[in-house]
Design a protein around this ligand. Structure first.
Ligand code: SF4
Ligand code: SF4
Length: 80
């Protein structure tokens, strides 16, 4: 990953509001997993789907995202 891409990812990670989401669980927090919309779903954690806060996230506005539940369904590009 080049430096610019990493800087952009770091910036979006700080904007990500997954942590207070009811679907986010201890497994995800232990992995420090965020920004699922760009990085992809967690390969190791399982989830109970409760609610998704992505619609209110500044990254959704910044990137024009259309989908939800990226932690379960994968990145914006992976979803149909
Ligand atoms: S859109 Fe969802 S997964 Fe992406 S940064 Fe925001 S809260 Fe996290
Ligand atoms: S992607 Fe959506 S459902 Fe998953 S933790 Fe983030 S806000 Fe919650």
């Amino acid at each position: 990953m080049n430096k610019n891409r990493q800087a952009v990812i770091d910036q979006y990670r700080k904007m990500c509001i997954c942590d207070p989401c009811p679907t986010c669980n201890e497994c995800m927090r232990a992995d420090d997993a965020l920004l699922f919309c760009v990085i992809g779903r967690s390969p190791t954690c399982t989830f109970e789907k409760k609610e998704c806060l992505c619609a209110a996230c500044p990254v959704t506005r910044a990137l024009g995202l259309k989908h939800r539940y990226y932690c379960i369904r994968g990145t914006e590009r992976e979803q149909p």
